[in-house]
Write a protein that binds this ligand. Sequence first.
Ligand code: C2E
Ligand code: MG
Ligand code: MG
Length: 639
Amino acid sequence: MLWRDVHQLWLLLAPVASLIAGYAAYGSERQRHQRMQHLYESSELLQRTPTDGATASALLAQLCRVFQAEVAEVTLLPPHGGRNALSSVMRRDHFAETDRRVDISLLDELVHFAAEEQRGVRLSTRESTMPAVLSSRHLKDAMFIALRSESRIIGTMLVGNRLGDLETFNAEDLTLFETLAGQASVAFENGRLEDRLKHQAFHDPLTNLPNRTLFSDRLAHALTRRTAAGDGGVALLFIDLDDFKMVNDELGHAAGDQLLRAVGERLVTVLRPFDTTARLGGDEFAVLVEDAGGPSAAARIAERIVESLREPFLLQGRELTMHASIGVALAGDEPVDGEELLRRADIAMYRVKQRGKGAFEIYQSSMQEVMVRRLELRTDLERAVQRGELFLRYQPIVALDDEHMVGVEALVRWQHPQRGAMPPNDFIPLAEETGLIVGLGIHVLEVACHQVRAWHLAYPHHADLGMSVNLSPRQLQDDGFVIQVARVLRETGLEPHLLTLEITESFMVDGGPPTGRLNELKALGVRLSIDDFGTGYSSLSALQHLPVDALKIAKPFVDGIALDPQKRAFAQAIVRLGRTLRLELVAEGVERPEQRDQLLELGCHMAQGYFFARPMDADGVERLLRTEVRERFAGGVAS
Ligand code: C2E
Ligand code: MG
Ligand code: MG
């Protein structure tokens, strides 16, 4: 057609135009498609853990590619309270630097600038001057945006220096940039949330130390590594604070928490940064030392911890000394798993507690048997009260002048189904450690009070017979104890002054007596007596301030009273002290007549011991009550 008539050219216009339009459309469609592809890739990238350095540099590379930018930069502000922001920068094809720590004060301006802009901004030196915060980065043009979570700015994102044929970033670029920023924000925030949750799952919130889960995990790893490498030396230290409960009870939970935090901090400072210090719960901590190198080195570490805790803690303006019992277990040559190692350290720690606390012990296999027996006993003891295996013996307390019975002391016994009759010294310490003593003690109190009340009713001539019941320090720490005593008195109808509660002297040594508790008991009208006096280290002056009515002179002094001048002098001093403080005196463990004579001479009022009577069952006491009635009656007739 053209050849025939050049004027027909216009006919071509339409197809060519549509071809051009079509091509143009195809071009932008292709570009859009490419962009969609980029966007998709970026989203996918951001779905993965965004805080990971590799992902960060992949994201930066993606930004450079999508926007044909020379530079891309992402900065994340610290979550809360931290000083360090994380900055990742990439210069196209040159290098990427991820997760560089930047002090947040250096970012102030940048963040301010970002905060002012609600959306992304496009900047170019061609149109205006670069803001100062960006000009230092040598940019000719840039897109910049704040990464926002729901409540705050979490970081910033920037691309700069457009490369290639296009002059600068256009409106479409900006929209895409904003979309990506939105996705990145969500991803980073989720990542942080995940990190935070992860941290929470593996750390103790109070001390921020690793928790039991993380500790067990590290322990397991250390043990497998050790097996693989073949060099021994994993040590586990199990740390239990002594008498922590008292701090909690007396100073309150806030103080207890504060102390636990302080202990955690102190542990961390005496250990090396690569040792794992964890709080397992309550007042229990544990330390994992991976290259302990044998028992003596482990012992030195334990020693260091014991020492460090000995320094007083400052708590609510008061100085407080804390002791800890530490059990150490070493992974020796034979394979051992984490759980077993923990158990061994626990056993060794128990041993320390038994021996007097505030020290450490290294686990030995012989400890195992002792532990197993104790464990069995403990289970048995838990059921002993319900099964009625506990019963009481009563030992008469007599007036020294005429040897008539003024009262009895209740002494608990355990008829163990396999082991037979067990003396209290074989199971009371266990009951104290496990807390079973609280229930056991109330049971003893109930039985004893019912019994003496029954005697009062059956033998009116002996309606003034007293009953002494032993208490453990642990029972006095129990908040419900005073209420229980009041209840038992009410239920039995026993006159309070006929009940004497015996407290061992050691109770006064352990952190001093909670005089408040003793006063509450006194307020009920019961009598208080210090048992085994002279064997502990209580200062005699402390006695003046305690609301006690009687002292029981411990058996060792009574034993020596007739033979050993020193013991005699001491017994004499106790008697004098008792008289000065107007306390009743009861001598314990009198076995021979000359002891009785000496005690009378010293001026002691009362005594107890095999010489007068052994501990006996209720029938035995009743026989005595009946004979005493007869004797008194006979005596009355005679006089
Ligand atoms: P304790 O309160 O000092 O009781 C006196 C102990 O000395 C009793 O031992 C008693 O049988 C023994 N005894 C009395 N006279 C003589 C004597 O002339 N010679 C000798 N060798 N021993 C004598 P038992 O019954 O084995 O009790 C030991 C300790 O167990 C008691 O010492 C007391 O501290 C504790 N205990 C006993 N019953 C209870 C209880 O119900 N609760 C608590 N918390 N502790 C108890
Ligand atoms: Mg006693
Ligand atoms: Mg005693």
